[in-house]
Design a binder for this molecule. Structure first.
Ligand code: PAF
Length: 282
Protein backbone atom coordinates (compact mmCIF):
# COMPACT_ATOMS: atom_id res chain seq x y z
CA UNK A 1 0.00 0.00 0.00
CA UNK A 2 1.30 3.43 -0.93
CA UNK A 3 0.82 6.38 1.44
CA UNK A 4 0.72 9.82 -0.20
CA UNK A 5 0.36 13.27 1.34
CA UNK A 6 0.48 15.52 -1.73
CA UNK A 7 -2.01 16.18 -4.51
CA UNK A 8 0.39 15.87 -7.51
CA UNK A 9 1.59 12.43 -6.33
CA UNK A 10 -2.03 11.37 -5.75
CA UNK A 11 -3.03 12.46 -9.27
CA UNK A 12 -0.08 10.63 -10.80
CA UNK A 13 -0.95 7.34 -9.07
CA UNK A 14 -4.67 7.68 -9.87
CA UNK A 15 -3.69 8.33 -13.51
CA UNK A 16 -1.85 4.99 -13.55
CA UNK A 17 -4.99 3.21 -12.28
CA UNK A 18 -7.15 4.90 -14.91
CA UNK A 19 -4.75 4.15 -17.75
CA UNK A 20 -5.03 0.49 -16.74
CA UNK A 21 -8.85 0.85 -16.90
CA UNK A 22 -9.23 0.11 -13.18
CA UNK A 23 -12.38 1.02 -11.29
CA UNK A 24 -11.56 3.17 -8.25
CA UNK A 25 -13.28 2.80 -4.85
CA UNK A 26 -12.95 5.54 -2.22
CA UNK A 27 -13.22 5.19 1.57
CA UNK A 28 -12.98 8.61 3.27
CA UNK A 29 -12.15 8.43 7.00
CA UNK A 30 -10.77 10.52 9.82
CA UNK A 31 -8.50 7.66 10.92
CA UNK A 32 -8.31 5.79 14.26
CA UNK A 33 -9.64 2.88 12.27
CA UNK A 34 -11.79 0.09 13.72
CA UNK A 35 -13.71 -2.85 12.26
CA UNK A 36 -16.43 -0.48 11.00
CA UNK A 37 -13.92 1.30 8.76
CA UNK A 38 -12.43 -2.00 7.60
CA UNK A 39 -15.95 -3.11 6.56
CA UNK A 40 -16.00 0.00 4.33
CA UNK A 41 -12.68 -1.07 2.76
CA UNK A 42 -13.97 -4.62 2.23
CA UNK A 43 -17.15 -3.31 0.61
CA UNK A 44 -15.14 -0.95 -1.61
CA UNK A 45 -13.03 -3.95 -2.69
CA UNK A 46 -16.20 -5.73 -3.84
CA UNK A 47 -17.21 -2.74 -5.99
CA UNK A 48 -13.85 -1.64 -7.39
CA UNK A 49 -10.46 -2.86 -8.67
CA UNK A 50 -8.43 -0.52 -6.47
CA UNK A 51 -9.29 0.94 -3.07
CA UNK A 52 -8.19 4.41 -2.05
CA UNK A 53 -8.66 5.32 1.62
CA UNK A 54 -8.22 8.81 2.99
CA UNK A 55 -7.36 9.84 6.53
CA UNK A 56 -7.98 13.50 7.29
CA UNK A 57 -9.23 14.91 10.58
CA UNK A 58 -11.28 17.66 8.99
CA UNK A 59 -11.24 20.85 11.10
CA UNK A 60 -14.16 22.31 9.09
CA UNK A 61 -16.63 19.77 10.50
CA UNK A 62 -15.80 20.39 14.18
CA UNK A 63 -17.56 23.17 16.08
CA UNK A 64 -16.03 25.41 18.74
CA UNK A 65 -15.50 23.41 21.94
CA UNK A 66 -15.72 20.05 20.13
CA UNK A 67 -13.01 17.38 20.17
CA UNK A 68 -10.85 18.43 17.16
CA UNK A 69 -7.63 18.57 19.21
CA UNK A 70 -8.40 15.44 21.23
CA UNK A 71 -9.51 13.41 18.19
CA UNK A 72 -7.26 10.31 18.16
CA UNK A 73 -4.52 10.36 15.51
CA UNK A 74 -3.06 6.86 15.11
CA UNK A 75 -1.49 6.87 11.64
CA UNK A 76 1.02 3.99 11.98
CA UNK A 77 -1.64 1.69 13.41
CA UNK A 78 -4.15 2.76 10.74
CA UNK A 79 -1.63 2.13 7.93
CA UNK A 80 -1.03 -1.42 9.22
CA UNK A 81 -4.80 -2.11 9.36
CA UNK A 82 -5.41 -0.72 5.87
CA UNK A 83 -2.51 -2.66 4.42
CA UNK A 84 -3.79 -5.89 6.04
CA UNK A 85 -7.29 -5.30 4.66
CA UNK A 86 -6.05 -4.92 1.09
CA UNK A 87 -6.24 -1.15 0.64
CA UNK A 88 -4.09 -0.04 -2.31
CA UNK A 89 -3.50 3.63 -1.61
CA UNK A 90 -3.78 5.88 1.44
CA UNK A 91 -4.07 9.63 0.92
CA UNK A 92 -3.48 11.54 4.14
CA UNK A 93 -3.10 15.24 3.33
CA UNK A 94 -2.29 18.05 5.75
CA UNK A 95 -4.81 20.79 6.53
CA UNK A 96 -2.67 23.22 4.48
CA UNK A 97 -2.82 20.88 1.47
CA UNK A 98 -6.62 20.63 1.44
CA UNK A 99 -7.33 24.20 2.61
CA UNK A 100 -4.36 26.28 1.34
CA UNK A 101 -6.19 29.62 1.87
CA UNK A 102 -7.00 28.76 5.49
CA UNK A 103 -10.37 27.75 6.88
CA UNK A 104 -11.96 31.22 6.94
CA UNK A 105 -11.53 31.81 3.23
CA UNK A 106 -12.38 28.28 2.12
CA UNK A 107 -15.19 27.80 -0.45
CA UNK A 108 -17.86 25.69 1.21
CA UNK A 109 -20.55 23.28 0.09
CA UNK A 110 -23.94 23.39 1.79
CA UNK A 111 -26.59 20.71 1.25
CA UNK A 112 -29.87 22.26 2.39
CA UNK A 113 -32.85 20.55 4.05
CA UNK A 114 -31.31 17.16 4.78
CA UNK A 115 -28.44 18.81 6.72
CA UNK A 116 -30.96 20.52 9.01
CA UNK A 117 -32.34 19.04 12.24
CA UNK A 118 -30.94 16.01 14.10
CA UNK A 119 -27.10 16.35 14.17
CA UNK A 120 -27.45 19.50 12.04
CA UNK A 121 -29.15 21.19 15.03
CA UNK A 122 -26.85 19.93 17.76
CA UNK A 123 -23.70 20.50 15.65
CA UNK A 124 -24.34 23.67 13.59
CA UNK A 125 -22.13 23.85 10.49
CA UNK A 126 -21.02 20.22 10.87
CA UNK A 127 -22.57 18.99 7.62
CA UNK A 128 -21.24 21.98 5.64
CA UNK A 129 -17.78 20.89 6.81
CA UNK A 130 -18.46 17.27 5.84
CA UNK A 131 -19.97 18.25 2.46
CA UNK A 132 -17.02 20.52 1.69
CA UNK A 133 -14.30 17.99 2.45
CA UNK A 134 -16.17 15.13 0.75
CA UNK A 135 -16.63 17.28 -2.39
CA UNK A 136 -12.89 18.07 -2.39
CA UNK A 137 -12.01 14.39 -2.00
CA UNK A 138 -14.47 13.43 -4.75
CA UNK A 139 -12.88 16.03 -7.06
CA UNK A 140 -9.34 14.90 -6.24
CA UNK A 141 -9.87 11.14 -6.41
CA UNK A 142 -12.76 11.03 -8.94
CA UNK A 143 -13.75 7.57 -7.71
CA UNK A 144 -16.29 5.35 -9.45
CA UNK A 145 -17.73 4.32 -6.10
CA UNK A 146 -17.45 5.63 -2.53
CA UNK A 147 -18.42 3.83 0.70
CA UNK A 148 -19.83 5.42 3.86
CA UNK A 149 -21.12 3.87 7.09
CA UNK A 150 -24.82 3.73 7.90
CA UNK A 151 -24.04 4.63 11.52
CA UNK A 152 -23.79 8.23 10.28
CA UNK A 153 -27.28 7.92 8.78
CA UNK A 154 -27.84 11.64 8.24
CA UNK A 155 -24.31 12.09 6.83
CA UNK A 156 -25.03 9.34 4.29
CA UNK A 157 -28.28 11.07 3.27
CA UNK A 158 -26.42 14.40 2.94
CA UNK A 159 -23.75 12.79 0.74
CA UNK A 160 -26.33 11.05 -1.47
CA UNK A 161 -28.05 14.42 -2.06
CA UNK A 162 -24.72 16.19 -2.64
CA UNK A 163 -23.80 13.64 -5.32
CA UNK A 164 -27.17 14.09 -7.04
CA UNK A 165 -27.23 17.89 -6.82
CA UNK A 166 -23.61 18.39 -7.95
CA UNK A 167 -23.87 15.64 -10.60
CA UNK A 168 -20.87 13.68 -9.34
CA UNK A 169 -20.75 10.46 -11.44
CA UNK A 170 -20.10 8.40 -8.29
CA UNK A 171 -22.01 5.42 -6.91
CA UNK A 172 -22.56 5.83 -3.16
CA UNK A 173 -22.68 2.59 -1.17
CA UNK A 174 -23.95 2.56 2.42
CA UNK A 175 -22.37 -0.06 4.67
CA UNK A 176 -24.28 -1.53 7.66
CA UNK A 177 -23.28 -0.57 11.21
CA UNK A 178 -20.64 -2.78 12.81
CA UNK A 179 -21.34 -3.36 16.51
CA UNK A 180 -19.36 -4.67 19.47
CA UNK A 181 -20.64 -7.94 20.96
CA UNK A 182 -22.71 -5.99 23.51
CA UNK A 183 -24.42 -4.00 20.74
CA UNK A 184 -22.52 -0.71 20.96
CA UNK A 185 -21.99 0.73 17.47
CA UNK A 186 -18.24 0.95 16.78
CA UNK A 187 -16.96 4.52 16.78
CA UNK A 188 -13.60 6.19 17.23
CA UNK A 189 -15.23 8.20 20.03
CA UNK A 190 -15.89 5.00 22.05
CA UNK A 191 -12.22 5.29 23.04
CA UNK A 192 -13.13 8.34 25.17
CA UNK A 193 -15.40 6.21 27.42
CA UNK A 194 -14.04 5.17 30.83
CA UNK A 195 -14.91 1.69 32.16
CA UNK A 196 -18.17 2.78 33.79
CA UNK A 197 -19.36 4.75 30.76
CA UNK A 198 -18.35 1.92 28.40
CA UNK A 199 -20.53 -0.47 30.44
CA UNK A 200 -23.49 1.95 30.16
CA UNK A 201 -23.03 2.80 26.47
CA UNK A 202 -24.78 -0.31 24.96
CA UNK A 203 -27.98 0.89 26.67
CA UNK A 204 -28.30 3.32 23.75
CA UNK A 205 -28.73 0.47 21.29
CA UNK A 206 -30.87 -1.58 23.71
CA UNK A 207 -33.21 1.39 24.09
CA UNK A 208 -33.52 1.80 20.33
CA UNK A 209 -34.23 -1.93 19.98
CA UNK A 210 -36.97 -1.75 22.65
CA UNK A 211 -38.52 1.29 20.95
CA UNK A 212 -38.44 -0.46 17.59
CA UNK A 213 -40.30 -3.41 19.06
CA UNK A 214 -42.96 -1.11 20.54
CA UNK A 215 -43.37 0.91 17.34
CA UNK A 216 -43.56 -2.18 15.14
CA UNK A 217 -46.26 -3.47 17.51
CA UNK A 218 -48.26 -0.29 16.82
CA UNK A 219 -47.55 1.70 20.01
CA UNK A 220 -48.07 5.48 19.55
CA UNK A 221 -44.94 7.33 18.41
CA UNK A 222 -44.99 10.22 20.88
CA UNK A 223 -45.37 8.17 24.07
CA UNK A 224 -42.89 5.57 22.85
CA UNK A 225 -40.25 8.27 22.30
CA UNK A 226 -41.02 9.72 25.76
CA UNK A 227 -40.46 6.29 27.30
CA UNK A 228 -37.16 6.07 25.39
CA UNK A 229 -35.99 9.49 26.55
CA UNK A 230 -36.79 8.60 30.19
CA UNK A 231 -34.94 5.29 29.88
CA UNK A 232 -31.85 7.01 28.47
CA UNK A 233 -31.99 9.72 31.16
CA UNK A 234 -32.20 7.06 33.87
CA UNK A 235 -29.18 5.25 32.42
CA UNK A 236 -27.18 8.50 32.65
CA UNK A 237 -27.42 9.83 29.07
CA UNK A 238 -28.05 13.44 28.18
CA UNK A 239 -29.95 13.17 24.90
CA UNK A 240 -29.40 15.66 22.05
CA UNK A 241 -32.27 14.07 20.14
CA UNK A 242 -34.30 10.88 19.86
CA UNK A 243 -36.48 10.96 16.77
CA UNK A 244 -38.48 8.74 14.47
CA UNK A 245 -38.23 9.79 10.83
CA UNK A 246 -39.23 8.29 7.50
CA UNK A 247 -36.30 6.30 6.02
CA UNK A 248 -35.49 9.27 3.73
CA UNK A 249 -35.38 11.47 6.88
CA UNK A 250 -38.64 13.20 5.97
CA UNK A 251 -41.39 13.50 8.62
CA UNK A 252 -43.52 10.47 9.50
CA UNK A 253 -46.82 10.52 7.58
CA UNK A 254 -49.85 8.25 7.98
CA UNK A 255 -48.65 6.10 5.06
CA UNK A 256 -44.98 5.90 6.15
CA UNK A 257 -43.84 2.30 6.46
CA UNK A 258 -40.04 2.34 6.21
CA UNK A 259 -38.74 4.44 9.08
CA UNK A 260 -35.64 5.03 11.18
CA UNK A 261 -35.08 5.77 14.85
CA UNK A 262 -32.15 8.12 15.32
CA UNK A 263 -30.42 9.33 18.45
CA UNK A 264 -27.44 11.32 19.64
CA UNK A 265 -26.71 11.25 23.35
CA UNK A 266 -23.90 12.20 25.66
CA UNK A 267 -22.34 10.09 28.37
CA UNK A 268 -20.29 12.65 30.27
CA UNK A 269 -18.40 14.51 27.55
CA UNK A 270 -18.62 11.70 24.98
CA UNK A 271 -21.23 12.13 22.28
CA UNK A 272 -22.54 8.88 20.77
CA UNK A 273 -24.89 8.44 17.81
CA UNK A 274 -26.87 5.40 16.73
CA UNK A 275 -29.87 4.44 14.61
CA UNK A 276 -32.12 1.49 13.81
CA UNK A 277 -34.39 1.09 10.81
CA UNK A 278 -37.86 -0.39 11.23
CA UNK A 279 -41.13 -1.03 9.45
CA UNK A 280 -44.24 0.64 10.84
CA UNK A 281 -47.47 -1.41 10.82
CA UNK A 282 -50.35 -0.54 8.46
O1 PAF B 1 -17.50 9.91 8.65
C1 PAF B 1 -16.38 10.44 8.71
O2 PAF B 1 -15.40 9.86 9.19
C2 PAF B 1 -16.19 11.87 8.22
O3 PAF B 1 -17.31 12.64 8.47
C3 PAF B 1 -15.82 11.93 6.73
C4 PAF B 1 -16.91 11.38 5.84
C5 PAF B 1 -14.52 11.16 6.49
C6 PAF B 1 -15.57 13.38 6.32
O4 PAF B 1 -14.55 13.97 7.07
Amino acid sequence: MRTLRDIPALRETLGEYRRRGQRIGLVPTMGNLHAGHLALVNTARQHADVVVATIFVNPLQFGAGEDLDAYPRTLADDQAKLEASGCDLLFTPSVATLYPRGLGDQTRVCVPAVSEGLCGSSRPGHFDGVSTVVSILFNLVQPDVACFGEKDYQQLAVIRKLVEDLHFPIEIVGVPIVRAEDGLALSSRNGYLDTTARATAPELQRTLAALREALEAGEPVETTLEVGLARLREAGFETDYLELRAADLGPIASDTREAVLLTAARLGTTRLIDNLTLTLPR
